[in-house]
Design a binder for this molecule. Structure first.
Ligand code: PMP
Length: 421
């Protein structure tokens, strides 16, 4: 429960056994519509390993108490496990210290926190915020809200026909008025892996602060926030084997210290007086109210679980599956696959349409064969518009998927083609 992981093991694929990994996810061992479940929707949310489920019930059965506020045994235990989990996250992303790790509800709340705390303090009328067409709505709408409140201007990095950022004119898009550049590490809609370091260097040269939406990045690549060089990195637990309702904002200490609080309430204060209050030190300044204690502990355990397998082994496995999936999907007549051609530029997501079949129909037919994929705009309406579609079907792979899942997807799509022929 909330144990501190050793130095995350990057691991090698030699010891990776997908069947053993699958065995640790109880939800995968079920039938859907009379067929074994092939869960290809991990980009929306991942399944949870037994270790995380056990940690949640152990916490509620033995240690449940509020954190930081009590001196009784249960509160002490809960606080230690909660703060240990923060340390685990800090080591996992190579933060300089645990105080730079703020617990949030997820990526969405983390991005809103930066927009409303750093943004309202630092963005003025006429300033510019640079984002991209590739973004999830979570990394668009908070900046629109900020821009409206501050009368700032929102500018966009465009994407090309393969859904890659067009960075040739980055120096034109970055001006002395650019205050924030907010960019995703990995696209949820297409799987594109963005060259973050390049964006960070150019943005910093222009004097802007860089916020990375790592909701998919933290899942599909080893993250080293110090090496990336960004100023903020946001990610969600539920996409990386942890419970829903817990996520992280990592930020550089100097920026976090200079920021105003995002929300007011218990735990985030130092002294409260009638007219005004003073704030607790980071990270608590940004954690008003009772946090998701069980979720945080579960996230620590999820990271221990992933570290034990090794991120490099996981990435290698995902890339192998992606390559196999593309090899099997590309020859299907009338399929249109979106995203970069090159494997090195994409992670384990395949977004596609099939002839005239509506993605919702594709998903429904696949579901009847026990194959779970997502259909819709994937909270990326600007990406859909760029490609002239209103939605796509999306199969996404994670550490517990195997080649059989891919074969089942391909067989299901043959049914879709037959029905729509
Ligand atoms: N950004 C990206 C790239 C995502 O994939 C998601 C989740 N689909 C989010 C942001 C939002 O994450 P959450 O809903 O966990 O806050």
């Amino acid at each position: 429960m909330g144990t501190i992981s050793a130095e995350p093991r990057r691991g090698s694929r030699a010891g990776f056994d997908v069947e053993r990994v699958r065995g640790q996810f109880p939800a995968l061992a079920q039938s859907i519509n009379g067929q074994p479940l092939a869960y290809l929707d991990s980009a929306a949310t991942s399944q949870k390993p037994r270790a995380v489920l056990d940690a949640l019930s152990a916490y509620y059965e033995h240690d449940n108490a509020n954190v930081h506020r009590g001196i009784h045994e249960l509160s002490r235990r809960a606080t230690i496990a909660f703060e240990d989990a923060r340390g685990t996250v800090a080591r996992w992303v190579n933060a300089a210290e645990p105080a730079e790790v703020i617990w949030t509800r997820g990526t969405t709340e983390a991005l809103n926190l930066v927009a409303m705390a750093w943004g309202l303090d630092n963005v003025e009328e006429g300033d510019e915020i640079l984002i991209s067409v590739l973004e999830h709505h979570s990394n668009i709408v908070p900046w629109q809200l900020l821009a409206q409140r501050r009368r700032a201007k929102l500018r966009y990095i465009e994407i090309d026909e393969q859904g890659r950022l067009v960075l040739d004119d980055l120096s034109r898009l970055l001006t002395e008025r650019t205050k924030i550049v907010a960019i995703s590490h990995v696209s949820n809609a297409l799987g594109t892996i963005n060259p973050i370091e390049r964006v960070v260097d150019a943005a910093h040269d222009a004097g802007a602060v860089v916020v990375v939406d790592g909701a998919q990045g933290a899942v599909h690549t080893p993250v080293d926030v110090q090496a990336l060089g960004a100023d903020f990195y946001a990610f969600s637990g539920h996409k990386m084997c942890a419970p829903t309702g817990i996520g992280v904002l990592w930020g550089r200490r100097d920026l976090l210290e200079a920021m105003s609080p995002y929300q007011g309430g218990g735990e985030m204060i130092s002294v409260v007086e009638r007219e005004q209050s003073t704030w607790a030190a980071i990270p608590h300044k940004f954690e008003a109210g009772t946090p998701n204690i069980a979720g945080a502990i579960g996230m620590g355990v999820a990271i221990d679980f992933l570290a034990e397998i090794g991120m490099e082994a996981i990435v290698e496995h995902e890339q192998d599956l992606l390559s196999y999936a593309l090899e099997r999907l590309r020859p299907i007549p009338d399929i249109r696959i979106f995203g970069p051609d090159s494997l090195s530029e994409r992670s384990a997501v395949v977004s596609f349409t099939l002839g005239d079949a509506h993605p919702h129909d594709i998903s429904t037919i696949l579901d009847s064969a026990g194959v779970a994929v997502r259909a819709g705009h994937h909270c990326a309406q600007l990406v859909m518009k760029h490609f002239g579609v209103s939605s796509t079907a999306r199969a996404s792979f994670y550490l517990y998927n195997n080649r059989d899942d891919v074969d089942r997807l391909v067989a299901g799509l043959a049914q879709v083609s037959a029905i729509f022929a």
